[in-house]
Design a protein around this ligand. Structure first.
Ligand code: FO1
Length: 317
């Protein structure tokens, strides 16, 4: 079994590759829920939905989230009431949020609802939220950003387009949260655990903040392979490079290596960073070099096979 720790769009692309390279029923995705929020009374799970829509090939490929060819008539109709409308929920996307919100209100845990939604979209992989309890990423901006106090994640990411310097990221509720059923087993039993090329700060750290998960990874560290979301000093999508720098790390594969060294034995980096291979090794991880920019499902499948092989090799020595 292969277990993948996942965040948003980069993880969804890797999972597409995983499902092309391996039998989907052998793959378990443990997904960040720190981005979740209640929007217009509906419970929205951006990372779970991005993965579900991508693996069912129904995602809006241009955006990387939401459903392809969706409309926003409901959001437009909502604007008459004057409330916030910056978080665009598509008309057909709303059905997912309505179904999930109703089931949660029935008292069904998020992990159960997630499995129902995944099944309805025909997914072969097992999709697990990191926790059934509420964990919310909260962002405190740096002084001078003009906004004091803490922001909800989507406020930072969407409304402010993450174009503001961050001083602190925390995960409200994490200390009281439990790993969702199956999460710890999927780490303990995995042949290889892959940390997807997701933002280490806002997509992977929330998962590690759920008590028990980081320790479970450390116990299998030689089988944990992280794929860098930073290539040639920049994030392929989103604020990973800026966040690493703003939070004291450095926006390079060496910075990613330092972020993951406690729980990952291997870091996979892109050929463009080949010159930094020894610097990554000096941080204390094995380093494997390949093409990590997933421009097609075929490249993603090659990357998935490469990462799993690296984990199997490391686990054998
Ligand atoms: N991202 C945006 O930049 N603008 C949006 O209006 C937006 C709406 C949205 C609705 C549902 C959903 O599942 C995701 C949505 N996203 C939007 C993406 C989302 O903010 C990010 O994908 C994650 O939170 C970070 O990975």
């Amino acid at each position: 079994m292969i277990t993948v720790l996942c965040g948003g769009v980069g993880a969804a692309k890797l999972l597409e590759g995983m499902c092309a390279a391996f039998p989907p029923e052998e793959v378990t995705a443990v997904v960040n829920t720190g981005d979740d929020d209640v929007m217009h009374g509906l419970y929205v799970c951006p990372d779970l939905d991005t993965i579900t829509y991508t693996l069912s090939d129904e995602v809006d490929r241009g955006q990387g989230w939401g459903l392809s060819d969706d409309t926003t008539n409901v959001m437009a109709a909502l604007e008459r009431f004057g409330g916030p409308a910056w978080f665009k929920l598509g008309d057909r996307d709303l059905a997912t949020h309505m179904y999930r919100t109703g089931r949660l209100r029935d008292g069904v845990p998020l992990s159960t609802v997630t499995a129902e939604v995944a099944l309805s979209f025909g997914l072969g992989i097992r999709l697990l939220p990191m926790s059934d309890q509420e964990v919310r990423t909260r962002i405190r901006l740096a002084d001078g950003a003009g906004v004091s106090g803490e922001l909800a994640f989507q406020d930072y990411f969407v409304r402010l387009r993450h174009a503001v310097p961050v001083a602190e990221v925390r995960f409200a509720g994490a200390a009281e949260a439990l790993p969702a059923p199956g999460v710890l087993d999927s780490i303990a039993a995995a042949d290889v655990i892959v940390i997807a090329p997701s933002n280490p700060v806002i997509s992977i750290d929330p998962i590690l903040a759920v008590p028990g998960i980081a320790a479970a990874l450390r116990a299998r560290r030689d089988r944990v392979v992280a794929i860098s979301p930073i290539v040639a000093g920049a994030a392929l999508k989103g604020p990973a490079d800026r966040l690493l720098a703003e939070l004291g790390g450095d926006a390079s594969v060496v910075g990613v290596a330092k972020w993951h060294v406690a729980h990952a034995g291997t870091l996979v980096i892109d050929q463009l960073d080949n010159a930094l291979r020894d610097a990554v090794v000096s941080v204390g991880l094995s380093c494997a070099v390949t093409g990590t920019v997933m421009t097609s499902v075929q490249v993603a499948a090659d990357l998935a096979r490469f990462a799993v092989a690296a984990g199997r090799l490391a686990g054998r020595v």
